[in-house]
Design a binder for this molecule. Structure first.
Ligand code: SF4
Ligand code: SF4
Length: 70
């Protein structure tokens, strides 16, 4: 069951990793094989079905990259 849906404004991501550390479920990682147009490794979600929709990641992001919809 999917509890929440995350969307990423990937081109705004600067790969700082703040959201990665904020996720209590450890679901976020910086891409290992992709770069965005700014040359940063964008964040991605590994197991979307495990997301609890807490939005800690979205709150933490200084660039408003992440949107959480429940
Ligand atoms: S909403 Fe919560 S559980 Fe889901 S990816 Fe963000 S921090 Fe992790
Ligand atoms: S989504 Fe935001 S907090 Fe996460 S790595 Fe990208 S810029 Fe940093």
């Amino acid at each position: 069951m999917i509890l929440a849906k995350l969307t990423f404004k990937e081109e705004l991501c600067k790969g700082c990793g703040l959201c990665v550390n904020a996720c209590p479920k450890k679901l976020l990682q910086l891409s290992r094989d992709r770069l965005n147009q700014k040359g940063h490794s964008p964040v991605e979600i590994t197991e979307p079905e495990k997301c609890i929709g807490c939005a800690f990641c979205a709150t933490m992001c200084p660039d408003c990259v992440i949107t959480v919809e429940k």
